[in-house]
Design a protein around this ligand. Structure first.
Ligand SMILES: Cc1cc2nc3c(=O)[nH]c(=O)nc-3n(C[C@H](O)[C@H](O)[C@H](O)COP(=O)(O)OP(=O)(O)OC[C@H]3O[C@@H](n4cnc5c(N)ncnc54)[C@H](O)[C@@H]3O)c2cc1C
Length: 309
């Protein structure tokens, strides 16, 4: 892991920075590259524009590690309102939730109840995605996800290719007919549990993607979505999908709002399933700094915003 990435990932967890950095106008200007705005209305407007380009969207209301029951309930209520607005607007938008925002740190049972309320409100043909957080939460997240999936076939989970364990987690999930979004992984993890070299993460990603596509072909994996901006890897996976006889519409790539827009549009134009995760909300600091860590060159972009102020 590069030194800069480590420093930024440590900064993403710093309380002082979280409380203070968000007030600087140049930081707020920089975050606007990755978020259409803090409000749900801003996210809905962005989803509408994406839909016009045949790009689907997934909403996530930023926040994590909620330690107050009332707050976790408010987040749950918020997602119910989000689904009401999405359905009302006729948008093909799904939601992706973080279990620590639904109260996982308080109680697994309480968190499951909150997740269940959201899944029950979603249409059966749309997936409710569960994000994967730092490694200390993987067991609990999978436990809650499996419980949800046994009851609701439209629950989806994110798996991280940087973890050594993911191959086994995938094998264990497949008999339950999951929907999976595969990502590389965004947190600071030690080499005992995660591949430290990017090249190894990329190779593991490709190998997991092949396993997911094989499972998708037999109906074992209900939806396989590849959450990445890595254009080389996307082409490699698309070639594999075509070799395996997949119709283009069944090869799905999801990216983050504002990153690789050209590629998002190219995939949609060429008939692949292209989606964008749209994040919004006021609690954006740790999420934003993880985006900087993924591409430290983004710091130059932030510096330009500083000098432009
Ligand atoms: C839809 C979606 C959902 C996600 N959900 C989760 C989750 O639940 N849990 C989790 O741990 N992680 C999640 N992530 C983040 C993921 O783990 C990676 O940290 C992130 O996607 C960067 O990795 P990459 O696959 O794009 O590849 P990389 O090899 O990091 O990047 C490939 C190329 O993409 C571009 N790029 C990548 N990131 C950025 C950026 N921030 N700014 C500008 N350009 C960039 C650069 O050109 C870079 O060279 C999600 C990502 C996506 C797209």
């Amino acid at each position: 892991m590069s030194v800069m990435r480590s420093v930024l990932l440590a900064a993403s967890q710093n309380k002082w920075l979280r409380e203070n950095a968000v007030n600087y106008p140049f930081v707020r200007r920089s975050v606007s590259r990755f978020m259409p705005g803090e409000s749900l209305d801003a996210a809905l407007t962005a989803a509408d524009k994406l839909a016009q380009k045949q790009i689907a969207s997934v909403f996530t209301n930023l926040g994590e590690n909620v330690t107050d029951r009332g707050e976790a309930q408010q987040v749950t209520e918020h997602y119910l309102e989000v689904l009401r607005r999405i359905h009302g607007a006729g948008l093909r938008t799904e939601v992706s939730v973080k279990l620590t925002q639904l109260g996982l740190d308080l109680s697994k049972e309480f968190c499951f109840e909150n997740l269940e309320k959201i899944i029950v409100r979603e249409k059966k043909e749309a997936i409710v995605w569960v994000d994967m957080e730092a490694s200390g939460y993987v067991d609990a997240t999978l436990e809650i996800y499996e419980r949800a999936l046994r009851k609701y076939p439209n629950a989806g989970i994110c798996l991280q290719a940087y973890l050594y364990r993911t191959k086994k987690d995938l094998e264990k999930l497949l008999p339950l007919r999951p929907s999976i979004r595969l990502v590389k992984g965004a947190y600071k993890e030690p080499p005992q549990i995660a591949y430290p070299k990017k090249q190894d993460v990329d190779e593991n990603y490709f190998s997991l993607a092949q396993a997911m596509m094989a499972a998708q072909a037999t109906g074992q994996c209900v939806r396989a979505a590849f959450g990445t901006h890595d254009v080389k890897l996307i082409r490699r996976m698309a070639d594999h999908a075509i070799q395996q006889g997949f119709p283009k519409q069944e090869f799905e790539v999801q990216m983050l709002y504002g990153i690789q827009r050209e590629e998002q549009e190219r995939l949609a134009r060429e008939g692949y399933r292209s989606g964008v995760l749209v994040a919004y909300g006021t609690y954006w600091y740790p999420w934003f700094v993880r985006r900087l860590a993924e591409r430290p060159a983004n710091l130059w972009f932030m510096a330009r915003n500083l000098f432009a102020s």
